[in-house]
Design a protein around this ligand. Structure first.
Ligand code: CP
Ligand code: NVA
Length: 304
């Protein structure tokens, strides 16, 4: 059997496939709001493996699969044999023999790679320590809806060089934009990712300089899941890296700001920006639903 198509990073889809997927997501959003029947995948089952907490990812995948006519099954290490040491490879063989598509949120990116290598059905990365590509689909959909194509734009990433930052680097390549990353020393994204994308991505330590002339400003929490014990220390390193009105005043006058959520108001983003009437952050969160429905459809079609 040919190996199934997976979505472990944005690089698993070509730029053309990503553009088509976003247009499909926008149409599925319209159809959903118009109450159209989207149940094209009756009897299909999505296995959802969560080794970390989630609100948006869980709700969007589960609701999305039901809206597509299928069923979603929540699996946590607390009550599966994964939590008792059954090898990822064995779990992948067994789970994928019973469901049609799998979504995984876990720690090491190698875990999802090992699962995918042993899975007979498509595997979706729903966040690892290294990447969060589903969030980028929602962010890029939001940009497309609000402002049109992303090509040629300037984006500032303000904060930690984390999984979201890594996915923004991949997005800069796939959606053809310039990315400036502003992070404190010692919190840079992976050096090899930076090296591979030197033509599109650079580091600027001063966030006010980084934001100047940008079209989109993006941030995320200073301590990600799994780094809770570093929270206090990180707050000191990141104190100057808040996205707020003063920083947005440096960006272009029609610039947007995004945050994958959950947010820490008063840390990486100000109360004023989070609670602004015209923020697109809530639309960005909702778009997880629509973008992932388009993703599930694309992966199931590619594997049928
Ligand atoms: N943005 C995001 O992935 O949110 P959750 O952690 O709530 O799923
Ligand atoms: N960087 C964050 C993203 C949460 C959606 C984390 O990994 O916790």
């Amino acid at each position: 059997m040919a190996s199934p198509k997976h979505f472990l990073t944005l690089l698993d889809f070509s730029p053309a496939e990503l553009s088509a997927l976003l247009l499909r997501a926008i149409d599925m959003k319209r159809a959903h709001r118009a109450n159209e029947d989207q149940r094209a995948f009756g009897g299909k089952v999505l296995g959802m493996i969560f080794e970390k907490s989630s609100t948006r990812t869980r709700v969007s995948f589960e609701a999305g699969m039901v809206q597509l006519g299928g069923h979603a099954m929540f699996l946590s290490p607390n009550d599966t044999q994964l939590g008792r040491g059954e090898p990822v490879e064995d779990s992948a063989r067994v789970i994928s023999s019973m469901v049609d598509i799998v979504m995984i949120r876990t720690f090491g990116h190698d875990i999802i790679k090992r699962f995918a290598a042993n899975s007979s059905v498509p595997v979706i990365n729903a966040l690892t320590d290294d990447y969060h590509p589903c969030q980028l689909l929602a962010d890029m959909q939001t940009w497309l809806e609000q402002r049109g194509p992303m090509a040629g734009k300037r984006v500032a990433w303000i904060g930690d060089g984390n999984n979201m930052c890594h996915s923004y680097i991949n997005a800069a390549r796939q959606f053809d934009f310039q990315l400036v990353i502003s992070c404190p020393k010692g919190f840079e994204p992976k050096a090899e990712l930076l090296a591979e994308n030197r033509d599109r991505v650079h580091i600027e330590r001063d966030p006010m300089v980084a934001a100047a002339g940008t079209d989109l400003v993006v941030t995320d929490v200073w301590a990600s899941m799994g780094q809770e014990e570093e929270q206090r220390e990180r707050m000191q390193h990141f104190a100057n890296y808040q996205v707020n009105e003063a920083l947005m005043a440096r960006a272009n006058s029609d610039a947007l700001y995004m945050h994958c959520l959950p947010a820490h108001r008063g840390e990486e983003i100000s109360h004023e920006l989070m609670d602004a009437d015209d923020t697109v952050i809530w639309e960005e969160a909702e778009n997880r639903l629509h973008a992932q429905k388009a993703l599930i459809e694309a992966l199931l079609h590619a594997s049928s």
